[in-house]
Design a protein around this ligand. Structure first.
Ligand code: SF4
Ligand code: ZN
Length: 310
């Protein structure tokens, strides 16, 4: 087998595309795929100021690397979640990635927010799953940081595996409102949700891992400890089994949904966002889900007396 582009000895083989690549050609191929997705979906304008959500994993760091390579003005946004050794390690890696390339990085430390909102504290007090708490906090801080810094768009490193697993879960539970909004581009809303894009949405986890490896990007390899047993992982495993039997399944599942299913759900989505009366951020209810979570944490913090006003 030879590299499909230059006939040199290949270093990687993509089953879904039945194509092998040498290192320089693979890097070029990967960047082109990202560039094409950005152009096709009109994700970014050349002058956009882009805030990139960085977790320290391979996807977000690979995305940041490609966007810089393509010439976009980017700033990284890292949310310190307070998840023990995992957070400590990912923060170190993100900070050294940014420092080595002289890239601007904003860090939001959840333990410093509202008297302490790190994931273990919030999950423990509210008896929510860590991932449910984490999702609410992430969404809020992504919007807040993007608005505060006057960014045009927030980019996240969600890959094909993430998006296909999310779609699988949304379909299993027929989450119509989620299906209506599962797109690689979410436009800004009048209420203040910032524009969000996912330039890696058609690239698989394997492809981003290969890119990160070939670029010598040091990323946090271990998964977040809270992901063990998460349903998202179960869906990924199931889809991987389908993909092994029939290469290309994940890509077809997602692309066909976006082409024919998603517009039908979007057409009947009637939810309109307003503004949260507590924090002024966009919200689908009187109070946004972040503020509902913070209120609950406040009520349940040790030292509060039952009946004390909130
Ligand atoms: Fe957050 Fe759960 Fe992901 Fe960990 S696994 S980063 S807690 S959503
Ligand atoms: Zn709010």
């Amino acid at each position: 087998m030879k590299c499909v582009r230059c006939r040199a000895k290949p270093e990687t083989y993509l089953r879904a595309h039945n194509a092998a690549f040498c290192r320089p050609c693979y890097l070029e191929h990967f960047r082109r795929q990202v560039e094409r997705a950005i152009r096709r979906e009109r994700m970014l304008a050349p002058t956009d100021r882009v805030l990139v959500a960085i977790s320290g994993g391979k996807d977000s760091l690979a995305l940041w690397d490609v966007l810089v390579h393509l010439g976009y003005a980017t700033t990284g946004l890292y949310l310190a979640q307070g998840i023990g050794e995992y957070s400590a390690r990912s923060r170190t890696l993100v900070e050294s990635f940014a420092a080595a390339r002289s890239l601007p990085l904003t860090v939001v430390d959840l333990a410093q927010e509202e008297g302490g909102l790190d994931i273990p504290t919030v999950a423990g007090l509210t008896r929510r799953s860590p991932c449910a708490a984490c999702g609410t906090l992430k969404r809020h801080h992504f919007d807040r940081a993007a608005r505060a810094g006057g960014y045009d768009v927030l980019a996240t490193g969600h890959n094909l595996d993430d998006e296909a697993a999310r779609l699988f879960g949304n379909v299993l539970h027929w989450q119509r409102d989620h299906l209506a909004r599962q797109r690689p581009v979410l436009e800004a809303s009048a209420a203040g949700f910032v524009r969000k894009v996912k330039p890696l949405y058609l690239l698989s986890e394997y492809e981003t891992a290969t890119y990160a490896f070939m670029r010598g990007i040091e990323y946090v390899v271990e998964e977040c400890p809270n992901s063990t047993g998460a349903t998202q992982l179960l869906y990924k495993n199931l889809l991987n089994r389908l993909e092994a039997e029939s290469p290309g399944t994940k890509g077809t599942f997602l692309r066909e949904f976006l082409r024919s299913g998603q517009p039908a759900f979007a057409a009947v989505d009637e939810r309109a966002a307003g503004t949260c009366e507590r924090c002024d951020q966009p919200s689908f209810g009187r109070v946004c889900s972040y503020c509902a979570l913070v209120n609950e944490v406040e009520r349940k913090r040790p030292g509060r007396h039952v009946g004390e006003a909130s």
